[in-house]
Design a protein around this ligand. Structure first.
Ligand code: FJE
Ligand code: FE
Length: 296
């Protein structure tokens, strides 16, 4: 059985399509928000997906996070990151920063070049990991495993595809794959049955991006496709005769816990959110440096 031949598999089908609308975020920045509160139940453990395109002087100046992970994947340009513990660096096209905010991070994320594009995904942490020490996993483009078969290329940011595996440790089990399909190519990606899964289309020719079954209606760029649960995984076809199809396929094991979000703080209860606001305000429980630190 060839893994590129979709006929041998039963695919999940799309149950919802969400166009990522432009909205303002940070300081003068504009993002396309593909996943927000309305998708959180369907897509547990995922909290947010933003496709950003930002030019100086706009950016995401000093702001806090608690209770989840942010995954920043740069597609063009560079993003410079500085946090309140002195952690600092720039990630460029193809690089990934997998940040576990845990009990608290305060940082700035600012664009480096004229045009800076990418994706930022927020993954929830389980209740017993929300208050862990912050941690970074940084992968340069060359650290990300890549494979190709039958006109299908994959970059394995998290999880496994085409028999190759990402070095990223996912506290909340997650798959994050960046696929490019040549015109006419097709593929089936396995996804664990109990996981929630979605695709986000980055680039597609007219009528190109087809998910679930070969006669499903095509999806255009900047759309999230939410898949129903069950079945082997997801089949995809690039029906364009001239343009490549690029999309990310993201899946994760649901946590099944209550989610209470207040901006960049995501906890299980309102009492924990109240405590977090207090911790941030008074510089406690992980936010000790909040009173002194400013990014340069
Ligand atoms: C945020 C203030 C912020 N989407 N995509 C409040 F600045 C942010 C924020 C971002 C962000 C950063 C990058 Cl590099 C890419 C983003 C929001 O930093 F999320 C909230 N709630
Ligand atoms: Fe941030």
């Amino acid at each position: 059985m060839s893994s590129s031949s979709s006929q041998n598999f039963v695919s999940r089908s799309a149950i919802k399509k969400v166009f990522a609308k432009l909205q303002k975020e940070g300081d003068g920045a504009v993002v396309r928000r593909g996943i927000s509160r309305s998708e959180q139940k369907l897509l547990d453990p995922f909290l947010m997906l933003d496709e950003f395109s930002v030019s100086p002087p706009a950016g995401f100046p000093d702001h806090p996070h608690r209770g989840f992970e942010t995954v920043t994947y740069v597609l063009e340009g560079g993003i410079t990151h500085q946090d309140f513990k002195g952690h600092k660096g720039t990630i460029y096209a193809g690089d990934v920063q997998w940040m576990t905010a845990g009990r608290g991070i305060i940082h700035s994320e600012m664009p480096e070049e004229e045009i800076n594009k990418g994706l930022q995904l927020w993954i929830n942490l389980s209740s017993n990991e929300k208050m862990i020490e912050p941690n970074y996993q940084e992968l340069s483009s060359s650290d990300i495993p890549k494979a190709e078969q039958n006109g299908v290329q994959v970059k394995v940011i998290a999880g496994e595809s085409m028999g190759i595996q990402s070095p990223v440790y996912t506290r909340t089990p997650t798959m994050f794959l960046d696929f490019t399909l040549d015109p006419g190519a097709q593929f089936h990606q396995n996804v664990p049955e109990s996981w929630n899964a979605f695709a986000y289309v980055l680039e597609s020719g007219e009528g190109g991006a087809v998910f679930g079954s070969s006669n499903a209606s095509p999806v255009s760029a900047h759309n999230v496709v939410v898949f129903g649960q069950g079945n082997d995984g997801v089949s995809v076809w690039n029906k364009s005769s001239s343009k490549k199809l690029r999309f990310v396929l993201i899946a994760g094991e649901p946590l099944g816990e209550p989610v209470v979000q207040y901006g960049p703080f995501v906890m299980n209860t309102q009492a924990e959110i109240d405590m977090t606001i207090e911790d941030y305000h008074y510089g406690k429980n992980g936010f000790e440096m909040a009173k002194y630190w400013r990014s340069q």
